[in-house]
Design a protein around this ligand. Structure first.
Ligand code: 5AD
Ligand code: FES
Length: 347
C-alpha cells in the first residue's frame, strides 16, 4: 500500500482500481504514512498557516428535500429564520475585527433571497470590506444568477457535488434533483471565474468504495480550488435518522488522498469532523487540511442551522470560537492567519 501512496505523491494520480485498492486495504500504518506525505505537500505549499473563513448561516429556509439534511423542506420541526442584510453586515463587522478576511454566506435554497437581494448584500459587504473575499454557498442557480453574483463581487462558490455516482445521488435526493444539473452548476461556476469548491459526505448511506473512487475521479476532472468533505452525521428528523455516521478514520484518509491529488487545494477540516471527534479538526489539519470555518452567525440562530445532530459551537460567540480555534491550531504547531487565503493559483 505504501507504494501506492508514493505513486500518488509523485504522480498526483492513481487509476480507479488503485484508489479502490488503497482505500479498501488501508490500515493505521498506511494512514500515518499517507498523512506524513500529505503534511509535507501542504507545508510546502502553505507552510503552517491555517486559513479561516467566517461562516454566516443566513437562512435555514430550503426548497429542497435532501434525505440527509436537517433543514430539508419536509422537516416541519425546524425553526426557520432569515437574517436581515443589517444582521449579515453586523456578522461581517464582528468577523472583520476578529481577523476574518473571507466571509462565507451559506444558506438553504431560499427563494426569499432573490438575485436582487443577493446582489445588494454582496455589493454592500464588498463596499465595506474591499479587502475581503466573499464565498457563496447557496445551492443550485442558473448561469445568469451565478454571473450576477460574480459581477457584484462574489469571489468563490461552494457547491458540494455530494456523490459523483448517479445512482447513489438518487438515493440521497428526491427525483427533482439530479447529479447532471449539479455538475453543470459546478462547470458554470468555473467558467464564470469563481474559485470553486465541490465535495461530498464520507459514509453517507449506501456509499460504497466505488462511489468514493468516482468522487475522486470527478474531483480530478473538475480540478476545483476547494474540496469540502466531512462525515455524514444522521439528523433525528430526517429519513436517515437511523443510518450510521461516517467515521473519523475514513474522512481523514480521504483528506490525505485529496491533498496528494491536488497539492494546492483549499481543504477545510470541517465542523462535522469536529462534531464526531473532539479533536477532529486538529486531526484533519494533520491529515493535510489547511482551512477551518468558524461560525460567525448570531448565537440566537446557531441552534437553528442544524444540518445534523449534535453540531458543535452552537452556543459560542464568534470571539470564543475564534480563540478556541487559535488555541487548537497552536496546540498542533499551526497558526490561524489573517488573510483572504486565496488558492495558490490566484495569490
Ligand atoms: N451530515 C453531514 N453533512 C451534511 N450536510 C448536509 N446534511 C448533512 C449531514 N446530515 C452537508 C452537505 C451540504 C453541506 C452544506 O452540509 O454535504 O452540502
Ligand atoms: Fe467553536 Fe471551539 S471552535 S468553540
Amino acid at each position: 500500500m505504501k507504494q501506492l501512496v508514493d505513486k500518488l505523491h509523485k504522480t498526483r494520480n492513481l487509476s480507479p482500481e488503485e484508489y479502490k485498492e488503497l482505500i479498501d486495504n488501508r490500515n493505521p500504518e498506511v494512514a500515518e504514512y499517507l498523512f506524513e506525505k500529505a503534511r509535507a505537500v501542504r507545508v510546502k505549499n502553505y507552510g503552517h498557516d491555517v486559513y479561516i473563513r467566517g461562516l454566516i448561516e443566513f437562512t435555514n429556509y430550503c426548497r429542497n428535500d435532501c434525505y440527509y439534511c436537517g433543514i430539508r423542506r419536509s422537516n416541519c420541526c425546524a425553526d426557520r429564520y432569515r437574517l436581515t442584510k443589517e444582521q449579515i453586515l453586523e456578522c461581517c463587522e464582528t468577523g472583520y475585527n476578529l481577523g476574518f478576511r473571507t466571509f462565507v454566506l451559506q444558506g438553504g435554497e431560499d427563494r426569499y433571497f432573490t438575485d436582487e437581494k443577493m446582489v445588494d448584500i454582496i455589493r454592500s459587504i464588498k463596499a465595506n470590506y474591499p479587502d475581503c473575499a466573499i464565498t457563496l454557498s447557496i445551492g443550485e442557480k442558473s448561469y445568469d444568477s451565478y454571473k450576477a453574483f460574480f459581477d457584484a463581487g462574489a469571489d468563490r462558490y461552494l457547491l458540494r457535488h455530494e456523490t459523483a455516482n448517479a445512482e447513489h445521488y438518487g438515493r440521497l435526493h428526491p427525483e427533482s434533483l439530479s447529479l447532471t444539473n449539479r455538475k453543470q452548476c459546478l462547470h458554470n461556476l468555473k467558467a464564470i471565474g469563481y474559485q470553486v469548491g465541490c465535495g461530498f459526505m464520507v459514509g453517507s448511506p449506501y456509499q460504497t468504495t466505488d462511489c468514493l473512487v468516482e468522487d475522486l475521479m470527478f474531483i480530478r476532472e473538475l480540478n476545483p480550488h476547494m474540496v469540502g468533505i466531512g462525515p455524514f452525521i444522521p439528523h433525528r428528523q430526517t429519513p436517515f435518522a437511523d443510518k450510521k455516521a461516517g467515521t473519523l478514520e475514513l474522512t481523514l484518509f480521504l483528506l490525505g488522498i485529496i491533498r496528494l491529488m491536488l497539492p494546492e487545494v483549499l481543504l477545510p477540516a470541517t465542523t462535522a469532523l469536529g462534531t464526531i471527534h473532539p479533536k477532529g479538526r486538529e486531526l484533519g489539519i494533520l491529515a493535510g487540511a489547511n482551512v477551518v470555518m468558524p461560525n460567525l452567525s448570531p448565537t440566537s440562530v446557531r441552534k437553528k442551522y442544524m444540518l445534523y445532530d449534535n453540531k458543535i459551537c452552537t452556543g459560542d460567540e464568534a470571539a470564543e470560537c475564534m480563540n478556541c480555534m487559535k488555541r487548537r491550531m497552536e496546540s498542533i504547531g499551526y497558526h490561524v492567519t489573517v488573510s483572504r487565503g486565496d488558492h495558490k493559483s490566484i495569490q
